[in-house]
Ligand binder design. Structure first.
Ligand SMILES: Nc1ncnc2c1ncn2[C@@H]1O[C@H](COP(=O)(O)OP(=O)(O)OP(=O)(O)O)[C@@H](O)[C@H]1O
Length: 272
């Protein structure tokens, strides 16, 4: 398959997507319906790095989990390429904020990274080659025989990332993956992720409530309105070359523009 075809088959198309729930008090009847997200329209191109930015509780994780197939939509359409999303699939992988719940505590770093490959019956030599590559990429070489309990939070997060990348999903869905890390580790991880994305041409949707992180990473930034009835209120292009310099005039100017978007109350709420 050519790269162009690969890209279009990884395009994520979202049309009037909604997630609602019945908000009846116990014992009452009637049809009060609350929307977490309502009528979200978005196209994320194959190979694009798209950031979803918004205040806490606006529905970023809900939208990401619908794209992952973990949460069902209640309205609208969602497709990857031409295929309607109804459940999780091998084309999509999720990186969560907390690595703890996703790593197997009884497996070493290497065994965790190779887990999905083993399930797919990838031959041992090939598994070793792939896990070596990604363990190096996330700077964990020398730690491959350690167990999760012997690792710091940042190291566990890097194992999670290496494991997801070893499975080679076309689409990476990342839910505040660096939110729990200290500032220095976070910066290193942002650089690594940006480089991996540029090397692998994956489609990435990255959730954050940090404007600087959004501008460091994204080609486009979709700003979500505060919930309920949340939607993508605005999309900013980030026409800056990678790797990005957070101290450059253009970076700071875009940061101010997005910040003022929230300060002016366009989202109907404070930020963050
Ligand atoms: N099953 C559910 N039933 C009712 N409300 C829900 C349900 N799931 C989520 N919510 C509500 O939907 C809103 C959006 O939650 P979500 O976790 O998607 O937000 P978020 O933007 O990712 O927040 P954060 O940045 O704090 O993680 C919240 O107000 C949450 O309480």
């Amino acid at each position: 398959m050519s790269l162009a075809n690969l890209s279009s088959s990884n395009t994520i198309t979202i049309e009037r997507l909604s997630k609602s729930y019945a908000a009846n008090k116990p014992g009452s009847s009637g049809g009060a319906v609350h929307y977490i997200i309502k009528d979200v329209d978005l196209v994320v191109r194959g190979g694009e790095f798209f950031v979803l930015l918004g205040p806490s509780g606006c529905g970023k994780s809900t939208l990401l989990n619908i794209i992952a197939g973990f949460v069902s939509k209640t309205g609208g359409d969602l497709r990857v390429g031409d295929v309607e999303v109804r459940k999780p699939g091998q084309d999509r992988a999720v990186v969560f904020q907390q690595a703890d719940s996703s790593l197997f505590p009884w497996l070493t770093v290497r065994q965790n990274v190779e887990f999905g490959l083993k399930m797919k019956k990838t031959p041992k030599d090939e598994r070793r080659r792939i896990s070596d590559r990604f363990i190096r990429m996330v700077s964990l070489f020398g730690h491959e025989n350690k167990f999760p309990r012997e690792l710091s939070g940042g190291m566990k997060q890097r194992v999670q990332l290496a494991r997801v990348l070893a499975n080679d999903p076309a689409i990476l869905l990342m839910d505040e993956p660096f939110g729990a890390l200290d500032a220095m580790t976070r910066r290193t991880m942002q650089k690594e992720l940006s480089q991996i994305w540029r090397e692998t041409n994956k489609t990435v949707i990255f959730v954050t409530h940090d404007i600087q992180e959004a501008i460091l990473l994204g080609e486009r930034i979709g700003v979500m309105s505060s919930g309920p009835d949340s939607r993508i209120a605005d999309i900013y292009d980030v026409p800056l070359p990678y790797p990005r310099d957070a101290a450059s005039a253009e970076f700071l100017s875009l940061n101010r523009r997005i910040q003022s978007h929230f300060d002016s109350g366009l989202e109907g709420g404070g930020y963050p």
